[in-house]
Design a protein around this ligand. Structure first.
Ligand code: KIV
Length: 249
């Protein structure tokens, strides 16, 4: 799974063969320039999900419900999930949570909406967690996370994102449930992996967490192309007649 927020990157991901495209609330950081995803609204996620859906032919599009669009009550979560599917054309929704969200997941799944759960490091609870801290580093924490994963599986979630979880714990969780786990910063033993598209493309030279592998020097590539464009325009080398249209008379 990779994230995308627009039709162009969705098409690239779809054609590259990913199974799922996540319209993550990470859009708050990589698209909107915020420090965390908390300011992202449901309308914004729906807008970006609609863009991604238009660019996707094959992969499952998952809409990430943003902070305070689903935590208030099960009916709020149901309405938000329904909007993500009807207006955003998502094929599934994702939300963060623990045991307290299991009953909500059950209701939403019963309404015919596939749910991906997200446990471990939960960026929407960043203030509660005291920062970006790796979860499941002790036996007690690991037991708590496994209980959450099992509760989500029993509630009908079709998969679970494991973010920022100690490798051994992520492995135990993956072995302890029968639905796929999708890791990010949780080591190699999850069923699947997810990365933010801009991160895997290396577009931000200042973002270098140890869990990230950059699969391209996107920053170098894009800035070099824009520099060349600027230089060629200033020097009168672009455009030439080849890039224009002649009169017909
Ligand atoms: O918002 C997001 O992009 C995510 C993934 C990193 C899992 O939640």
């Amino acid at each position: 799974m990779v994230t995308a927020y627009d039709a162009t990157f969705a098409r690239l991901a779809d054609e590259a063969g990913v199974d799922m495209i996540l319209v993550g609330d990470s859009l708050g950081m990589v698209i909107q320039g915020h420090k965390n995803p908390l300011p992202v609204t449901l309308d914004e996620v729906i807008y970006h999900t609609r863009c991604v859906s238009r660019g996707t032919r094959r992969a499952l599009v998952v809409a990430d419900l943003p902070f305070m669009s689903y935590q208030v009550s099960p009916s709020q979560a149901m309405l938000a999930s329904g909007r993500a599917m009807k207006e955003g054309r998502a094929g599934a929704v994702k939300f963060e949570g623990g045991l307290e969200m299991a009953d909500t997941v059950r209701l939403i799944v019963a309404a015919g909406i596939p749910v991906m759960a997200h446990i471990g490091l939960k960026p929407q609870s960043i203030h509660m967690m005291g920062g970006h801290k790796i979860q499941g580093r002790t036996k007690k924490e690991a037991e708590g996370l496994l209980a959450e994963a099992v509760a989500f599986e029993q509630a009908g979630a079709f998969s679970i994102v494991l973010e920022g979880i100690a490798i051994e714990t992520a492995r135990e969780i993956t072995e302890g449930v029968s639905i796929p786990t999708i890791g990010i910063g949780s080591g190699p033993y999850c069923t699947c992996q997810v990365l933010v598209n801009y991160d895997l493309l290396g577009l931000n030279p200042d973002f270098n967490p140890s869990f990230l592998k950059k699969f391209a020097d996107g920053h170098g590539l894009v800035s070099e192309a824009i520099k060349r464009f600027t230089q060629e325009v200033r020097e009168g080398r672009f455009p030439t007649e080849e890039h224009g249209f002649h009169r017909k008379d």
